[in-house]
Structure formats: structure tokens, C-alpha cells
Design a protein around this ligand. Structure first.
Ligand code: ATP
Ligand code: MG
Length: 214
């Protein structure tokens, strides 16, 4: 059974050539943190991409609030925010600008976006890096900018693809705490991860192997 605010994949296959997702049915519940684990190449990023409407399933549906997340053009619905595995940051913009972009894209005025971006950076202990160009940051600092950008919009669905892979334990805890807080305000939170500690800390665990639920 799934409830109104859940993200639901129903018999999803994705086969751009090879079979990358094979008949996956899974519900990511609202108000919970779900860990998505599986070996490298098992299909975690692919699953999040279909779930969030970045690519169209070959068969089956991914739906949120009764609407298919694939909207025909690869733009995710406004209810869905991502923390991307390779960060998706603009190297020549500052950390603050990279976070503010997510708000600007949703129509937030510039000064308000900048203030909220600053606050989001502070949640990940990098407020002091707001003026630095992203290309000057370390891998873990970039990863935290990507986390700030994913969370700043306050979307009801947050799909985080290995958001802690570059971080030390202290910062893993900071990111987990922030994602947990999003779930507590009712969000669907999915974290693709290789980290057993995150699987342990999550409310639910979904494992994938070779494109199939394990
Ligand atoms: N468009 C595509 N065409 C063909 N193969 C693809 C395509 N996109 C991804 N793949 C392959 O699909 C498989 C699943 O990739 P995916 O990125 O989903 O894995 P992952 O579980 O996220 O791995 P990692 O833990 O390394 O991030 C891999 O073998 C990858 O090479
Ligand atoms: Mg991946």
C-alpha cells in the first residue's frame, strides 16, 4: 500500500539498449529516509533518474501524487529535488551562487535567494565558503554545496545520489541529520549509498543488483 505523498515505481523497466532496470516496483514513503544500496553499476543512479523524471521508463510508471514524474522533456517536476552524484555545479560561479540558482530557477527574487543560499550553506558548515568559486573547493566541500543546493528549495521529494561519498564521519553525520530533518517535515528522502552506516541509520532499505530489486 502507498499513501498520497509517496513516490511510487510500478513495474519500471529502463532499457536504452542493455536492460538497466528490470521490472522494478518499489514505494519510497513520505516522511521516511530510504537507503538505496547496491554494487557499483547495479543501477542506483539509473533508478533515481527514472524515479525523478530525468529519463522516461521503457515500461511501467514512476508517479508522485498521481502524476507521472516523466514530463516529456527530462525536466524533473518542481516537487522533486536532486543531489547529483557528480554534483552538477557550475565551476566558475561561487558556492552561494550555485545554491541560489536552484531558487532562482523557481522564481525566487535574487536577494532572497542569496540569503537562503547562505543559510543552506551554513547548515553544512560551509557558510564561510559562500564567496569562493566552486572550482577552488575540495571534493568534499563541493559535495556539501551540492547538498545545500538540493535542500534549499524545500521540495517534498529529495533524491540524493551518494551525497556523502567524499565526506569524513563528522560531515556524514551533518548531511544525514539534514536529510533526516527533511523526512521529519514529511518529505520523501531517498539516499543512494555504499555506506553501511547510512543504511543502518535509514528507516528503510532497498537493495538493487544488476537492475533488479535484490
Ligand atoms: N545510457 C546508458 N546506456 C547504456 N548503459 C548505461 C547507460 N547509463 C548507465 N549505463 C550502465 O548502467 C549500469 C548502471 O549504472 P548506474 O550509474 O545506475 O549504477 P550505480 O549503481 O549508480 O553505480 P555507482 O555506485 O558506481 O554510482 C552501469 O553498468 C552503467 O555503465
Ligand atoms: Mg551511481
Amino acid at each position: 500500500m502507498s499513501a498520497a505523498g509517496d513516490l511510487v515505481l510500478d513495474h519500471v523497466s529502463y532499457r536504452p539498449g542493455p536492460m538497466l532496470l528490470d521490472d522494478v516496483s518499489v514505494t519510497f514513503p513520505a516522511g521516511k529516509v530510504t537507503a538505496l544500496s547496491g554494487p557499483s553499476g547495479s543501477g542506483k543512479t539509473t533508478l533515481l533518474s527514472v524515479a525523478g523524471g530525468l529519463v522516461a521508463p521503457t515500461a511501467g510508471t514512476a508517479t508522485y501524487r498521481g502524476q507521472e514524474t516523466w514530463q516529456g522533456d527530462g525536466d524533473p517536476p518542481p516537487e522533486i529535488a536532486f543531489v547529483l552524484q557528480v554534483y552538477g555545479l557550475v565551476p566558475i560561479l561561487s558556492a552561494r551562487e550555485n545554491v541560489a540558482i536552484a531558487l532562482r530557477a523557481r522564481g525566487t527574487p535574487w536577494s532572497d535567494a542569496s540569503d537562503r543560499a547562505e543559510a543552506a550553506l551554513a547548515r553544512f558548515d560551509i557558510a564561510d565558503l559562500g564567496d569562493r568559486q566552486v572550482e577552488e573547493l575540495s571534493g568534499g566541500q563541493m559535495q556539501r554545496v551540492a547538498c545545500a543546493r538540493g535542500l534549499v528549495v524545500g521540495a517534498p521529494v529529495l533524491l540524493a545520489d551518494e551525497p556523502t561519498s567524499e565526506l569524513d564521519q563528522g560531515n556524514v553525520a551533518v548531511v544525514l541529520g539534514a536529510l533526516r530533518a527533511e523526512a521529519e517535515r514529511g518529505c520523501v528522502v531517498v539516499i543512494a549509498t555504499h555506506d553501511p552506516a547510512i543504511v543502518e541509520a535509514a528507516d528503510h532499505h532497498v537493495a538493487i543488483d544488476e537492475g533488479r530489486l535484490a
